[in-house]
Design a protein around this ligand. Structure first.
Ligand code: ADP
Ligand code: MG
Length: 245
């Protein structure tokens, strides 16, 4: 059963055609990595999934809800779809634990004890139980990104979107964050769409790799096949460039 389905989706920013006839189906439980050159539309595609960007034509069904329809309650969709960005936006004036507890308290209306127990368990999962009472300014960038992941998971999402979650981090922080994402994607029937150029990581976690260029999906392949024999020439060129680094 599909969690995310794009059918002939078109997205424009003014006159600029940012997503060109996107057709894509992601099943429940799948982990899909999205790659492509800067400006190809990766963030735009990810952001349409939780309604942060509107689409102009076609259909986009997320967890059974039609995102394009005005009557769709986007808050319901955002509850099911967690998003982690390149720049973690923790609330600077709240400690780590409170950052994780805030949304479940307001949106899920969890009682304080249960909320705290779950938040601590999540912080433990991302290796940060001992930082629960640090302020965001008192933890590293990699730790902050792991808090951001715990904060998203606290909403019990069915689907997670990661948009270049490690590209703003110092190299020595990257593995800890990737390990947390690996763990998250392996849990239950979580569905994940991950924009990343960390190719070793992608090969480990992804069922499929999607290559985008200039607003189009040019390749959508099982991971091994994509890395070993990309059929699209632009995908081949792109891969040879990033693998050299
Ligand atoms: P990527 O994440 O692959 O680098 P983006 O999805 O951010 O690409 O951007 C795709 C294209 O859409 C780029 O050409 C970018 O300049 C353009 N774009 C992105 N956001 C906006 C916006 N808010 N207004 C106008 N153009 C935008
Ligand atoms: Mg982007």
């Amino acid at each position: 059963m599909s969690m995310i389905e794009f059918r002939n989706v078109q997205k424009y920013y003014g006159d600029f055609h940012a997503l060109k006839d996107i057709n894509l189906e992601i099943d429940k439980g799948e982990t899909v990595v999205l790659i492509g050159p800067s400006g190809s539309g990766k963030s735009t595609l990810a952001r349409t999934v939780n309604g942060l960007e509107t689409i102009q034509d076609g259909q986009l069904i997320v967890n059974g809800h039609n995102i394009g329809e005005k009557s769709t309650n986007l808050n319901l969709i955002r509850k099911d779809v967690g998003m982690v960005f390149q720049h973690f936006n923790l609330y600077a004036n709240k400690d780590v634990l409170e950052n994780v507890m805030l949304a479940p308290r307001i949106v899920l209306k969890l009682n304080e004890d249960e909320n705290k127990k779950r938040a601590m368990a999540l912080l433990d999962q991302v290796g940060l139980a001992d930082k629960a009472h640090n302020m965001p300014s008192q933890i590293s960038g990699g730790q902050a990104q792991r808090v951001a992941i715990a904060r998203s998971l606290a909403m019990k999402p069915r689907c997670m979107l990661f948009d270049e979650p490690t590209s703003a981090l110092d190299p020595e922080m990257i593995d800890d964050v990737l390990n947390v994402i690996k763990y998250v994607t392996s849990q239950g029937d979580m569905t994940s769409l991950i924009v990343t150029h960390e190719m070793g990581f992608a090969q480990e976690v992804a069922n499929r790799v999607i290559f985008m260029d200039q607003g189009q999906i040019l390749e959508d392949e099982a991971t091994d096949k994509f890395y070993n024999h990309p059929t699209n020439e632009r995908a081949r060129q792109f891969l040879s460039k990033i693998i050299k680094h």
